[in-house]
Design a protein around this ligand. Structure first.
Ligand SMILES: [Fe+2]
Ligand SMILES: [Fe+2]
Length: 219
C-alpha cells in the first residue's frame, strides 16, 4: 500500500487503541488520596526529561538530516516543558531544583525506545505514536486541573505544552509519509507503534493500580 494509505490506517488503529487510555471515568476526574496537581506534575517532569533524552540519543545516530533536525527541535521543546513545569511547581510550593525525576531509573517505554535503531521505527514510535498518547493524556490532565480549580496549570498545558506535543505528532506523520514506503518499512513501523501503545497501556494500568493515577500528563 502507499505510505498515505499506511499512515491513515496506522492513525486509525492508534486512535482506536488510544481510547483505552481515555476510559469513561477520566471524563469525571476526582481527586482521591494523594492525587494532586503537584504529584502529577512530578510524574510529568520524568516524562519530559525522558522524551528530551530519547530524542537526543536518536539525533546523534539518525543519518537523515530532516529527521535529525526534527529530533533536535523536540529535544529543545521537551526541555522547555520541563522548565515550565518546574517553574509552575515552584509557584505551587514545590522546589524542583533538588528533585531528580530519574533517581529511580528510566521507565520501560524509554528503555524500549532506546533499542530502536531504524529511522522509520523511531519516527513511528517516538513521534507519531508517543506524541499521540501525550495529546490524549494532556487533554485528561487539563480536565483534571480544571476540576481541581487550578486554571493556571490547565492554561499552561492548553496554550503551550499541548500545541507542541501536537506538532511533534504531526512531524511524525510527515516523516512517516516519506519513510514508510515499502512493506518492510511499514511492518517495522506498525510493530514499533504497537509496542509503544502496549507499554503505555501497561504503564497506565500500573499507575492506576498503584496510585490511582489516571491523569498523569504525557509529553
Ligand atoms: Fe513531545
Ligand atoms: Fe513535552
Amino acid at each position: 500500500m502507499t505510505s498515505e494509505q499506511f499512515v491513515r490506517e496506522l492513525d486509525a488503529l492508534n486512535q482506536e487503541l488510544l481510547r483505552r487510555l481515555a476510559p469513561e471515568a477520566t471524563l469525571k476526574p476526582e481527586v482521591e488520596g494523594d492525587l494532586s496537581v503537584v504529584n502529577l506534575l512530578k510524574v510529568a517532569l520524568k516524562n519530559e526529561v525522558e522524551a528530551s533524552e530519547s530524542a537526543a540519543r536518536w539525533m546523534s545516530t539518525t543519518p537523515e538530516i530532516d529527521v535529525k533536525l526534527a529530533l533536535a527541535r523536540q529535544v529543545g521543546d521537551e526541555a522547555k516543558h520541563y522548565r515550565l513545569i518546574a517553574d509552575r511547581l515552584a509557584e505551587l510550593g514545590f522546589d524542583a531544583r533538588g528533585f531528580n525525576p530519574l533517581a529511580k531509573g528510566y521507565g520501560p517505554l524509554f528503555q524500549y525506545l532506546d533499542t530502536l535503531t531504524s529511522t522509520v521505527e523511531r519516527v513511528a514510535a517516538g513521534q507519531f505514536t508517543r506524541e499521540a498518547i501525550a495529546v490524549v493524556k494532556n487533554r485528561q490532565f487539563i480536565e483534571f486541573c480544571e476540576h481541581a480549580g487550578d486554571r493556571e496549570t490547565a492554561a499552561m498545558y492548553r496554550d503551550v505544552i499541548e500545541p507542541d506535543e501536537r506538532y511533534h505528532h504531526e512531524l511524525g506523520r510527515t516523516l512517516l509519509l516519506r519513510l514508510a514506503t515499502t512493506p518492510a518499512a511499514q511492518a517495522a513501523a506498525s510493530g514499533a507503534a504497537r509496542t509503544t501503545l502496549e507499554l503505555a497501556d501497561e504503564l497506565q494500568k500500573k499507575a492506576l493500580a498503584m496510585a490511582g493515577i489516571h491523569h498523569a500528563p504525557g509529553c
